[in-house]
Design a protein around this ligand. Sequence first.
Ligand code: NAD
Ligand code: DAU
Length: 339
Amino acid sequence: MKLLVTGGAGFIGANFVFYMLKTHPEDEIVCLDALTYAGNLETLEPVMDDPRFRFVKGDVADRETVFRLFAEEKFDVVVNFAAESHVDRSIEDPGIFLRTNILGTQVLMDAAREYGITRFHQVGTDEVYGDLPLDRPDLFFTEDMPVTASSPYSASKASADLLVMAYHRTYGLPVTISRCSNNYGPYQFPEKLIPLMIANALADKPLPVYGTGENVRDWLYVEDHCRAIDLILRDGSVGEVYNIGGHNEKSNLQVVKTILKQVGKPESLITFVGDRKGHDLRYAIDPTKIHEALGWLPETKFDDGIRQTIDWYLQHESWWKNIMSGDYQEYYDKMYGNR
Ligand code: NAD
Ligand code: DAU
């Protein structure tokens, strides 16, 4: 199988490339990535010399680049991870989210129609279900819930999902969509909760918790997400949406306290800061469909996953310290300076 993996220099895309090359020695992968602030070629270093892997720098919304690549490579499968992925950045500047996440998906699907593929897989998010109240632990996101959005990021991802389904119905494009909960693990950019808190804790800096810290996320170890996508590609049904998540709900405060305990730093580092605008209260996935249809269940328990993740950040200081110099400092000061 020859796959186009877009966004493969980012957090989940890179983990997916590693997972697929390890699990399916017969597969070939071309990674198309624009190397935005979130993309990092250093991450892909371990596979750069693998004859089954090719990296191409390019923008998914650039029609000429994308069509040329499809003509050259004759892909069987497209897995679209490429996105602007950070909610806070989308609140500051929505435009690029609409371009990459919606128009980029359209361009990829147009090329897939033109050159033919057996599957177009859209990597979606549980944020397209909006949020759940904190006082209704009996409620979960199911695939038949209406699509809605709280942030420009989730609106762009919801729009992309609608477009993917429209291309299936109108043009018969063989699509699948997965909607996953919050991922954590190696190579996550330190603007997201877990790596940001690990990095700040290690540097004895304040840990900025939005609002009261009661918001709940359903955490999934990144390799469990990669395995679920692989299963959907091989055995999932065309035209279907699959939710991915593992009943692993934690409040932000619980996550931050777990990190502090494991790195041996005091809770006095926790600093409550101004809340995110439109902050979603609770995400919680019902994974019954993917479990019953494809036998998927998460394998990594949060306690093990978070320990492995912290160990990884401890052992790969240069990876994240390189990122945290330069532009990142500017971003951090802007986001957190007057919060
Ligand atoms: P990320 O921000 O770490 O990586 C995104 C990658 O996409 C980067 O390598 C970046 O360079 C690339 N990219 C951005 N714009 C591009 C463009 N125009 N053309 C080509 N490449 C471009 O994101 P992530 O956390 O790895 O998320 C990957 C996907 O998974 C996204 O679609 C996101 O919506 C989805 N998702 C993420 C999570 C999560 O918890 N991180 C959960 C569910 C779904
Ligand atoms: O649910 C899936 C989504 O998870 C993905 O679609 C997104 O791409 C991904 O970024 C993530 O979105 P969140 O907004 O949930 O993730 P983030 O790590 O930004 O924030 C997690 C929670 O932590 C959220 O309630 C906001 C809070 N937070 C975050 C940061 C960065 C803080 O309290 N302080 C912080 O500094």
